[in-house]
Ligand binder design. Structure first.
Ligand code: MN
Length: 491
C-alpha cells in the first residue's frame, strides 16, 4: 500500500513492485494483467496463504482497489488478543492471487509451496497509511483485527475480538516430562500399552506458528542443539502442539546409540550444532502430546492422547511416531531384545499425563543392563595416561540415601570422552571419598557426587559390584540425587 496523505484520498495501489520481483516465464503465479483486475464481488474478499518458503509464514491479503494489500505474518494470524504478531508489509498482489496455490520453483522469489489456509470476506472499518482495521469472515478466522505500522515495513497484527473459542488457552510453559518407574512387566497386561524404549535423551517440543522450542527433561532449552528438528514447525503448519518424545542417534544398523548421541548433547554454539547435525543426525521418537491447539490434553487417558498424536501424522527423516501395542508385554519385550533395543515402556491405558512426576502408570522394563551412576572418584591411567583419567569410580544411592560404591569403569572411555570429563572432575575434586563403602584404592582421586554417567554392564556380582562395565556417556540431564540401583532386566 503506497502512502496516502489525506484520510479521504483513494489509496494508491501498485502492482509494479510485484511484477518487478517475478519472472512470469518461471513462476506459476499470476501476472495480474488478466481481465479480472477489479473485483466485481459485492463484498471485499481476503485470503490467508500458508507459505512454506525458506521460512514458514502466513500471508494475509486484503482485496482493495483492484489489488490485494499484503502482509507476511511469520507466526500466523493470532487467535488470541495477546500476544500481537509481527506482520511485514509486502508488495500489493494481483486479485488473481485470491485463489492462487502452487509450487514456486526454487531460485524464484518466494520459492516454496503456497497453499490457501483461509479465505472469505471482510468488512473494512479503517484504512489509513499506518493502520487498518478489518472484520474477517473466514472459514477459520472470524473476528476484528487491527494492523498497525511500527516502523517502515514492520507492522503488528492484533486481534481485537475476544477469542473465537473462549476456552482456548495459551500453551503452558515450564512443563516437565512425566517419568517412568523402573519395574518388571505388569501382570494385567491387557490394561497396558507397550512402547519400545529408546536409548537417547528426553525432550519436549513446543511447536507454534512454525516455530519449535525444545526443552530437556530438567526444563533446559536445548533448541539450538538439534537444528534438524526445527523443521517440525513446517510439518505442523498452523497446528500448535506440545509434544513429548526421545531424541536418539541411530547407528549403521538403525539402533539408537547413546554413545553416538554424546557429542550432540554438549553443544553450545549453533554453528557447531549444524556441523554435528550433518555428521550424526538425530531422530525424534514421538510418543505423547500434552496440549494441542489451545487445549491441554494432559487430563485425557493415554489412549486418547495417542489418538491425537497419531492423527498429527508426524513421520519424516528427522521424526517418527513409533506405534504402541496393547497387551502382549512379554512378546514386546522379546521383540525389543531381538531388535537390540533397551527394553519397553509400559503405559497404563487409562492413565493421565502427570508432568514432572515419576509415575507408577509408566513403567520401564529393560532387556539389557544399562543405567546411570554417580561418579565419586577416578583412577589415573597407565603409561602415557599416568596423569590422565583411566577409570571412573561409580556408585548409586541406596534406600537410606547413602552413596554405595558399585565399581570402576574404564572400558569405553575414549579420547573424546576423556577430554569431556577431565575438566569436570577437576572442578569438583575433594579430599575424602563420598562413598559410604569406599573401595581401598591407593591412587584414587575423590570428587563431589555431582556427575552422572551412563554405564552398560553384564550383571551385578553377589557383592553388588558391576561386572564388565562399559562407559556410554555423560548424563547432564539427570539429577545425581535420583540415581538408584535399578531392578535387573525382566524375563
Ligand atoms: Mn509469502
Amino acid at each position: 500500500m503506497a502512502t496516502r496523505t489525506k484520510r479521504d484520498d483513494p489509496p494508491q495501489t501498485d502492482l509494479g513492485p510485484y511484477r518487478a520481483k517475478r519472472d512470469f516465464d518461471r513462476t506459476p503465479e499470476p501476472s495480474g494483467t488478466g481481465s479480472c483486475r477489479r473485483g466485481t464481488a459485492p463484498q471485499r474478499r481476503f485470503v490467508v496463504h500458508e507459505h512454506h518458503a525458506r521460512r514458514l509464514h502466513w500471508d494475509l491479503r486484503l482485496e482493495h482497489d483492484g489489488v490485494l494489500l499484503s502482509w507476511a505474518v511469520p507466526r500466523g494470524i493470532p487467535q488470541l488478543p495477546k500476544p500481537n504478531h509481527l506482520a511485514v508489509h509486502t508488495e500489493d498482489h494481483p486479485l488473481e492471487y485470491l485463489d492462487f496455490h502452487g509450487e514456486i520453483p526454487s531460485g524464484s522469489y518466494g520459492a516454496g509451496t503456497m497453499t490457501v489456509w483461509d479465505s472469505g470476506t471482510y468488512d473494512l472499518e479503517k484504512l489509513e497509511p499506518d493502520e487498518v482495521i478489518v472484520d474477517l469472515h473466514g472459514r477459520r478466522v472470524q473476528g476484528r483485527y487491527v494492523l498497525f505500522q511500527t516502523k517502515g515495513d514492520q507492522w503488528m497484527i492484533h486481534r481485537m475480538s475476544p477469542p473465537d473459542d473462549p476456552t482456548r488457552e495459551p500453551m503452558p510453559e515450564g512443563v516437565l516430562p512425566m517419568l517412568a518407574t523402573n519395574s518388571t512387566l505388569p501382570a494385567d497386561d491387557e490394561h497396558w500399552s507397550f512402547e519400545m524404549k529408546w536409548d537417547g535423551v528426553r525432550a519436549l517440543a513446543a511447536v507454534e506458528g512454525g516455530r519449535v522450542r525444545l526443552t530437556s527433561r530438567r526444563g533446559n532449552d536445548v533448541t539450538e542443539r538439534y537444528p534438524e528438528l526445527h523443521k517440525l514447525g513446517d510439518a505442523l503448519g498452523s497446528t500448535a502442539a506440545l509434544l513429548d518424545g526421545e531424541v536418539v542417534a541411530l547407528d549403521a544398523n538403525g539402533r539408537p546409540s547413546f554413545e553416538l548421541l554424546q557429542p550432540r548433547m554438549h553443544v553450545a554454539s549453533p554453528s557447531t550444532a549444524r556441523r554435528l547435525a550433518a555428521r550424526t543426525p538425530v531422530v525424534y521418537m514421538l510418543f505423547d502430546v500434552l496440549w494441542i491447539d489451545g487445549h491441554t490434553v494432559m487430563g485425557l487417558p493415554y489412549t486418547e492422547r495417542r489418538e491425537r498424536l497419531e492423527a498429527l501424522g508426524l513421520s519424516g527423516p528427522s521424526w517418527q511416531t513409533p506405534p504402541g501395542h496393547v497387551g502382549d508385554g512379554r512378546a514386546m519385550l522379546e521383540t525389543s531384545r531381538e531388535l537390540g533395543l533397551e527394553g519397553v515402556v509400559a503405559k497404563r491405558l487409562d492413565s493421565r499425563y502427570e508432568p514432572g512426576r515419576r509415575s507408577l502408570a509408566w513403567r520401564k522394563v529393560k532387556v539389557s543392563c544399562s543405567q546411570e551412576f554417580v561418579v565419586g572418584g577416578w583412577l589415573p591411567g597407565n603409561g602415557r595416561l599416568e596423569s590422565h583419567l583411566g577409570s571412573l569410580l561409580v556408585g548409586y544411592h541406596d534406600e537410606t540415601g547413602a552413596l554405595r560404591y558399585a565399581g570402576r569403569v574404564g572400558s569405553g572411555i575414549n579420547e573424546a570422552a576423556r577430554e569431556r570429563i577431565e575438566g569436570r572432575l577437576a572442578a569438583i575434586e575433594r579430599d575424602s571419598s563420598p562413598f559410604a563403602n569406599p573401595p581401598r584404592l591407593k591412587d584414587a582421586h575423590w570428587v563431589e557426587p555431582a556427575l552422572v554417567v551412563q554405564v552398560r554392564f553384564h550383571e551385578w556380582t553377589q557383592a553388588g559390584i558391576l561386572r564388565h562395565p562399559r562407559y556410554e556417556g555423560l548424563r547432564d540431564d539427570i539429577d545425581p540425587d535420583a540415581v538408584v540401583r535399578e531392578p535387573t532386566p525382566g524375563p
